[in-house]
Structure formats: C-alpha cells, structure tokens
Design a protein. Structure first.
Length: 414
C-alpha cells in the first residue's frame, strides 16, 4: 500500500481515538487480548514461516529466540494488553492549576501525541505491545517491522484490526507497513506531515539510521551494553546469581549484562567460581590481563570488547582498583541503558547511583528488570536512553504530551 494512503488513514483515525473514553479503550484492549489467544494457531503458523526463513538464512540462535513465538509468549502478549486495561488512563489528567494575578487559571492537561510511528526488528511481541500502549493513550500507530518477522507481524495486526472493527471503532488505529525494504523505511522516516513521533526499536544500526534520516521527532531507544560492577565488599554468592541471571536468562535482549567490572582484590576469590558457573551456560569470557589468569578458557579482551553489545553467550571482564575507576569505565563505554553495582558498602552504592549516567541504575539486582512489565507499566514501547521527554522503560505516560488549558472570565491583555 502507498505510504501516503497509510499516513492519511492514520490522520483520519486520529480524531476518533483522541475522543475515546477509558471504558471504550479498555473494552477494545480486552477484546484484542481475547482475539490474540483465540487466533493463536494462526499466529503460530505465521511465526513458523518466519522461523523457517530465519534458520535457512543462518540467523544466530539468540536472535531466533527473539523471533520465536510460543503459546506462552502469545499469552504473554495478551496479558500485556490485559494489564493495560487495569492501569489508570493518563489522558485527561490535569497537572496542576495556578491562578495568575489577573485571575486567569492556567494549568496543563495530558493529551495523546497523535500518530506514532514505530520501526522495529525481529520482535513480533512488539507489535501487540506497541498497539496496546498507543491505543490506551489515544494514539494511532503505524508499525514498520523487519523482514524477519513479516509473517508474524502481519498475522498479529490482522487479528488486532478485526477485533477493533468488531467493537465499532476504526481499524486504522493500527496499521502495518508490509513492504520491509530499507527504501520504504527511509521514506517512512520522512512522513512528518502524517506522523508526530517516530520510535525506533532494534540494533545500533537501525537506531543510528532513524536518528540521522528522520524528519519526524525521534524518541531514541538505545542498545544495551549493560554492566555489572562487583565491588570489593560484595556478597559473592549474590553476585554470581545476579550475573548468571543477567547474562544467560535471555542473551538477545537489550537489558542483558554484556560487561563485568570487578574489583582487583576479589579476582582470585571470585573469578574461578564465576567462570565455572558461566561455562555451564557456554558463555565465552573475554578478560583483561589482570583477570585472565583466573578465568577458565578465557580469551584476551580487546579495546573493542568494552563497548560491545554482544547479544550472544559472550561477556567481557574489566578489572578496576576502586569504585571511582568502575564508574569512569562504565560511563565511558556504556550505552546509557542499565547498570548495576553489587556491594555491601552503602556509600559506594549511593555514589554509583549518583554518578552513573544511565536510564536505570541498580544496587544488588539484575539489569534484566529494566522492562515495562517488571516496572509495573504493563507492556512497554521500548527503553529510552535519551534525556528529553522520556527516559527508561516507556509506559503510558511516555506516550503522552501536554497542552496548556486556560480559564478566564473576560480578561484582555493590557
């Protein structure tokens, strides 16, 4: 379909969505959740086609895991929509009201962004999550997924559109650009006459392309070179459990741990046991010269390793002499996503929280919690690593803007 037609249909649907009440939106979201589960066989059949193509192309296993849908994952998509039903609708919230000396009452009111465009890669669950968040906040959404998930995305959007239509609302509240070419993606980035905000979700290459080429305002969701710093005072059993979780639970996600930073005084005590534990998960360790002697089957790290988002069973280890060196290293190489310190020292914990420049900073916890579901937002649109408008997991409020509302009783400006 012509991009101009898609854009115009989105703009035509926007006024209807903007006027929806919470009850109407929740009814549609519940119907969409029910439809996803009911039509799960169709979604799984489409996903099988994508998975077969991925295997033929030799897609790495961690990326295949991101692409794969199962009955449990489809239920998870539906549950994300149900959670949105239970969450408070932010639209219409008045953010304070002040009376000026001339009697004018001036306040701010939370309103939808309008038409939201989302460009993303092989994560078909994003399709349902993005729709749900946008619909709950009264936004129309235009989706542009990658070629790897085209069958899955098409099936999901068709089911959502049919459910919306059956509820008597415009199915153009969600549209999918089915042409997956780069040329079409670039043209989409120029549709500022139709699209109010563009959100990229994917690897560094995709995000860089959108930031550099878009004429639409962009909310940048970043890649995740996430670190865990193991302080000298850390509970080492806790540290090992957190690292194993953060690295191996799902290696292809942006909040997985990619880099370890370890205090020099605990290398001999901690690393042999940790490397044995990581070896059980077939994690390759790339360590600096100080750490390498204590790592089983480790290989020397290069300068390039400190800034890498592997999205694979690989992790780097950097040795530091103190918490200040750890903070300096992390701030130099991180992607401003999620960072964690494992420590029993209160002052080191506070220093880390204060000085690390990232969207989410943890003390004694896995970076894997940087997620809208885990933060209580329901589904999320992405993890924003920028500093304007939204930062961290982007839930409902991140998909709104505000407008000033002014009450007068005849005032004119002198």
């Amino acid at each position: 379909m012509n991009l101009g037609i898609i854009g115009q249909r989105a703009k035509d649907a926007e006024p209807d969505l903007r006027k929806l009440g919470s009850e109407q939106k929740n009814r549609v979201l519940a119907a969409c959740a029910k439809a996803l589960v009911k039509e799960s066989e169709a979604i799984l059949a489409a996903n099988t086609a994508d998975m077969n193509d991925a295997k033929e192309k030799g897609m790495p296993l961690p990326l295949q895991d991101r692409l794969l849908l199962t009955p449990a994952r489809i239920e998870g998509m539906a549950e994300g929509l149900r959670q949105l039903v239970a969450l408070e609708d932010p639209i219409g919230e008045v953010l304070g009201m002040k009376k000026r000396p001339n009697g004018l009452l001036i306040g701010q009111k939370r309103v939808p962004l309008g038409v939201v465009g989302i460009i993303y890669e092989a994560r078909p669950n994003v399709t349902a999550d993005a729709f749900g968040l946008c619909f709950k906040t009264g936004n129309v959404v235009i989706l542009k997924g990658g070629s790897d998930a085209i069958h899955s995305n098409t099936a999901i959007v068709e089911i959502l559109r049919e459910a919306i239509k059956e509820e008597g609302l415009p199915e153009d509240a969600v549209q999918l650009i089915e042409d997956t070419s780069r040329e079409t993606a670039t043209r989409f980035m120029k549709m500022n006459q139709y699209v109010d905000v563009l959100i990229p979700r994917g690897g560094a290459g995709l995000i860089k392309s959108v930031v550099e080429n878009s004429t639409i305002p962009v909310i940048e969701t970043g890649t995740g070179n996430c670190h865990i710093y193991v302080d000298e005072s850390a509970d080492l059993n806790m540290a090992k459990a957190i690292i194993i979780n953060a690295k191996t639970q799902r290696v292809g996600v942006c909040n997985a741990c990619e880099s370890l930073v370890i205090h020099e005084n605990i290398l001999e005590e901690f690393l042999p046991e940790l490397s044995e534990a990581l070896a059980e998960y077939h994690v390759e360790i790339r360590a600096d010269s100080e750490a390498l002697p204590y790592v089983k089957n480790g290989i020397p790290a290069s300068e390039e390793d400190w800034g890498r988002e592997y999205q694979d069973y690989i992790i780097s280890i950097r040795t530091v002499k103190d918490v200040d060196s750890a903070i300096a290293h992390i701030n130099k190489y991180n992607t401003k996503h999620s960072e964690s310190i494992i420590t029993s020292d209160y002052f080191h914990a506070q220093k880390f929280l204060d000085e690390i420049d990232a969207a989410a900073v943890y003390v004694n916890a896995s970076t894997r919690f940087t997620d809208g579901f885990e933060f209580g937002f329901g589904a999320e649109i992405g993890i924003s690593t920028q500093k304007l408008h939204a930062r961290g997991p982007m839930g409902l409020k991140a998909l709104t803007t505000t407008k000033y509302i002014i009450y007068g009783d005849g005032q004119v400006r002198p």
